[in-house]
Ligand binder design. Structure first.
Ligand code: SF4
Length: 460
């Protein structure tokens, strides 16, 4: 079924509380520090592919030439081009270490290069990393191979090279085309260079092009965002991600250079969001979930109609839930029943690999309860509904008995209009779809434990 949404400002205001985006459950902030290389080795050795299964790979490429002030990613700003050559040496070491531990086939049908700026790499470095990946893994020809591209740094020749190396999906950072907004966030990027890269992607047979936009940036107004949307809709990417800018200057130092007084007010922000959703809907984009929109013929929209949409660390995907092997500083993966995260510090990441050790510093071994709750949360995020009998049969539980406390809590959200609940299942309303993570949070056992802990603390 294709999803449509109803923009209800009152409901959004009422439930405007911080919460996870559930690209994983449990969320990464729960991972434990006493989970290191020894634990990861055990889990990698258990990561056997069953018939028809394949791996997903993630590569974190942290270098950027310039600093975008809103950015909350793990990145390293540098003009020293030699740094990426050294980094690839270490990625090669990490690839060899992980691949040697995996029993059975090394088949891959999904890969993503994120960052940072993956296109910081020179053409030779792109070739070298791809060759190293292919030495250890078999990339299926029909797979989804995507890369984040900064149009300010990429020529048509590089796009051609990416296609030759097997990439077939591209995500292009735009954020906003208004010159005043761009200056305030230190990201000057012309419409021409953006269009040039997207045209090159199409000419080289990329199957899907995504454009990232952000609302809530300094100096944005209804008019300025309207103009950015005009341009983006003219370019007509296959997918559009519309992210909320969260101003957290105490957590992300560069955001201290964004003046709070220049930000749109919460009410203006809500109006901007309403405008964007209306314009995207009028232009024929369908709501996929969370911040994502796609043209009806894009494979994400098709997968959603067919009930085959998935969600993982890379966001929404058509690819079945599978083990994700991750490489690079700060990268998060999931293999053999555990989440793992690499060191966020580049020198420590290098030092671990110099000792021929995996650079794992945090992780989480998934329990049966985690897997069940993960399945419930991902079903809600992708399908906006949950059939109790079908879910129970697929996972070997009596849904109503297992989630009795959650069902009782969901009554409150049903009363508020976020969902409909009956004996057969749960259905997120059109107005509730924008707030689906609020419903997902009810199934998060660790959040529930935090809330109970806070209640207990207050009582005593
Ligand atoms: S938004 Fe992208 S290009 Fe800008 S600093 Fe962050 S990672 Fe680098």
């Amino acid at each position: 079924m294709q999803q449509s949404i109803l923009f209800d400002p009152e409901l959004i205001r009422r439930f405007d509380i911080p919460g996870p985006r559930y690209t994983s459950y449990p969320t990464a902030d729960r991972f434990l520090n006493d989970f290191g290389p020894a634990q990861q080795i055990t889990h990698l050795r258990q990561a056997t592919l069953e018939a028809g299964q394949s791996y997903s790979l993630y590569f974190h490429l942290p270098f950027c030439n310039t600093l975008c002030l809103y950015c909350a990613c793990n990145k390293i700003i540098t003009n020293d081009r030699s740094r990426s050559a050294k980094y690839i040496d270490y990625l090669e070491k990490e690839l060899a270490l992980q691949a040697a531990l995996l029993p059975g086939a090394h088949t891959v049908s999904q890969m993503h290069w994120g960052g940072g700026t993956p296109t910081f790499l020179s053409p030779d470095e792109i070739r070298r990393l791809m060759a190293a990946i292919r030495r250890h893994f078999d990339l299926l020809p029909a797979g989804e191979y995507s890369i984040e591209v900064d149009p300010r740094k990429v020529s048509a020749e590089v796009v051609t090279l990416l296609a030759e190396e097997g990439f077939n999906r591209m995500s292009v950072g735009v954020q906003d085309f208004d010159p005043r907004v761009q200056k305030a966030v230190n990201r000057i990027q012309s419409v021409e260079e953006t269009r040039h890269v997207i045209d090159a992607a199409r000419a080289n047979g990329f199957r899907s092009v995504n454009v990232d936009l952000i609302y809530g940036l300094p100096f944005q107004t209804l008019e300025s965002v309207g103009r950015t949307l005009d341009t983006v809709l003219e370019i007509a990417p296959d997918r559009i991600a519309l992210y909320n800018y969260a101003h957290l200057p105490n957590r992300f130092m560069p955001q201290q250079r964004i003046r709070e007084a220049d930000l749109p007010s919460p009410d203006d922000k809500l109006q901007i969001l309403a405008l964007a959703i209306r314009r995207l809907g009028e232009a024929g984009y369908v709501f996929i979930g969370m911040d994502h929109f796609a043209r009806p013929d894009d494979e994400l929209a098709v997968a959603q109609r067919q009930g085959k949409l998935q969600r993982n660390f890379q966001g929404y995907s058509t690819h079945a839930d599978c083990d994700l092997l991750s490489f690079g500083v700060s990268a998060i993966g999931r293999a053999g029943g555990a989440f793992v995260q690499n060191d966020k510090d580049l020198e420590r990441y290098y030092a671990a690999l110099d000792r021929n050790e995996l650079p794992t510093v945090r992780g989480w071994a998934l329990s049966g309860d985690d897997l069940l709750r993960n399945a419930a949360i991902q079903t809600l995020m992708c399908n906006f509904e949950l059939d109790f009998e079908a879910f129970g049969a697929a996972h070997g539980v009596d849904f109503r008995a297992y989630f009795a406390a959650e069902l009782s809590e969901l009554q409150g959200l049903a009363g508020a209009g976020l969902l409909e609940l009956d004996a057969r299942g749960l259905h997120v309303t059109q107005a509730g779809r924008m707030l689906v993570r609020i419903i997902a949070m009810v199934f998060d056992r660790y959040l529930r434990a935090d809330a109970e802990q806070r209640r207990y603390s207050r009582v005593i």
